[in-house]
Design a protein around this ligand. Structure first.
Ligand SMILES: Cc1ncc(COP(=O)(O)O)c(C=O)c1O
Length: 460
């Protein structure tokens, strides 16, 4: 790709006129933004012409990789046929009908209806609205509390951030909405006690949910929400005992189960939705990101029979919806994206090929002096950096070493995201042996460079 953009000029204009999400605006201005100008397959290209292997699929989005002409063509054709029409006021259009049918085929069992939005945050807002309205329809209006986990990420609108468990985000909500409670997350490496097995810990983490239900009063609890695998909170993979125990608890108290599958949806774990990986039966599932491989915004809430039927039988309007809900162009792109994923067997390959390759690759680093734990599930993986492998002691000033490591990755040409001192990867599902080999070489080099930076801080 020819380099038609001047980095300096882009950075200058960007600093003048563009306010970035999740950024320290002062330091961003001082450093200048990275300018990304193109993408091909699993690589993106910056304004200096450097090709970078994208270990984060953009932002957990580009599952089928960059530069897919078929998606561009689907959008182009749809823009000519019907670029926009709304789905308010008892109106529909062919693409939203077709996509809804397709999603009902790949959704977890018992889910046949979809309510659309344009972002994960929006669809989580929809979920909260629907959950609370459901209980009003059912004649139990006191059921309003939604139990979530600490360090959960559900988005950045006030509702989604309140439901999420990020304390730094809560600190800027002035104040967070009431009605959300946060319990311990199922993070064995960080939260278990000496000698506690993952299975024992998984049960204890699930028990924290039941304890909270009892503390709040079951008659006040509307739902439990959880990402099947916690993403932005540090790629935390629940022990095998956790989700079956949670399912029993929500069944016991009759509360709704909301899965946020904004990251895990569309094949990441080797199933279309991670509910089918864990065998849970969510009443509601939010999705976004990889539904279109990030080529165009589209999100949604999969609504199971229990809730959908209650709404269908209730003769009153649900006062909620978005102008772009079921946008025809976004639906056309999502349909094509799913068609490509099915044609190329990308979800099956996560089970058979790419997921195992990821586990093997990361496993090679578990003996590295900086590495406390490697963990992965399907095409989601993490390397946790610690000062003392034996005691799991962290580095002072969490995030400092992760950022150093992340910066080495940027220079060496592979993206791993630093979440605190945990390095996270979620590559496109199209990763090949060559991509894994390229990633492995860079990870080996970067871990050694980082080790060099912090050698003096490591346990003897
Ligand atoms: C699990 C989860 N839920 C919700 C969101 C919010 O999605 P969006 O940024 O599209 O609003 C994200 C974004 O990363 C996410 O990871």
């Amino acid at each position: 790709m020819s380099n038609k953009y001047s980095t300096a000029r882009m950075q200058e204009l960007d600093a003048k006129h563009h306010l970035h999400p999740f950024s320290n605006h002062k330091s961003l201005r001082a450093a200048g933004a990275r300018v990304i100008v193109g993408g091909e397959g699993a690589h993106f290209i910056d304004s200096e012409g450097k090709r970078v292997l994208d270990g984060m699929s953009g932002l957990w989005t580009t599952n089928i990789g960059y530069g897919r002409e078929e998606l561009a063509k689907a959008a182009y054709d749809q823009m000519l046929e019907l670029p926009y029409y709304n789905t308010f006021f008892q109106t529909t259009h062919p693409r939203v009908v077709e996509l809804s049918e397709k999603l009902s085929e790949i959704a977890p069992a018992g889910i046949k209806q979809i309510f659309y939005g344009s972002s994960g945050s929006e669809s989580n807002d929809t979920a909260v609205r629907m959950i609370r309205h459901y209980w009003v329809i059912k004649g139990e209006p006191k059921r309003r509390v939604i139990i979530s986990r600490r360090n959960a990420y559900h988005g950045s609108t006030i509702t989604a951030a309140s439901m999420g468990g990020m304390s730094l985000m809560h600190s800027q909500l002035y104040p967070a909405y009431e009605g959300f409670r946060h319990v311990m997350e199922p993070y064995w490496y960080g939260n278990s006690e000496q000698g506690e097995t993952p299975e024992e810990f998984g049960l204890r983490a699930a028990q924290a949910v039941e304890d909270e239900i009892r503390a709040v009063g079951p008659e006040n609890v509307a739902a439990f929400v959880g990402e099947p695998v916690m993403g932005a909170g540090g790629l935390k993979i629940a022990p095998s005992t956790y989700w079956p125990a949670i399912q029993k608890i929500v069944d016991k108290y009759g509360i709704l189960l909301l899965h946020d599958e904004v990251i895990t949806g569309f094949g990441r774990t080797g199933k279309w939705f991670a509910a089918d990986y864990y065998g849970t039966k969510p009443d509601l599932v939010t999705f976004a990101k990889a539904a279109t491989s990030g080529y165009i915004p589209l999100s949604g809430l999969l609504v199971g029979d229990r809730v959908a039927n209650a709404f269908a039988e209730h003769d009153d309007e649900f006062y909620h919806g978005y102008t772009y809900a079921g946008h025809p162009v976004a639906c056309a792109v999502a349909l094509k994206n799913i068609e490509i994923m099915q044609r190329e067997r990308l979800v099956e390959k996560v089970n058979e090929v790419t997921g195992p390759a990821m586990a093997r690759m990361l496993g090679k680093f578990s003996d590295h002096p900086l590495v406390g734990e490697v963990r992965s599930i399907g095409m989601l993986g993490a390397i946790e950096l610690v000062a003392d492998k034996r005691t799991r002691r962290r580095f002072n000033d969490p995030g400092r070493v992760g950022t150093m490591c992340r910066n080495h990755f940027s220079r060496e040409g592979f993206v791993m995201r630093a979440i605190g001192d945990t390095m996270v990867t979620a590559p496109p599902l199209i990763f090949t042996e060559e991509h894994f080999a390229e990633a492995e070489g860079i990870i080996a080099k970067v871990l050694d460079l980082t080790l060099n930076d912090v050698a003096g801080e490591l346990a003897a």
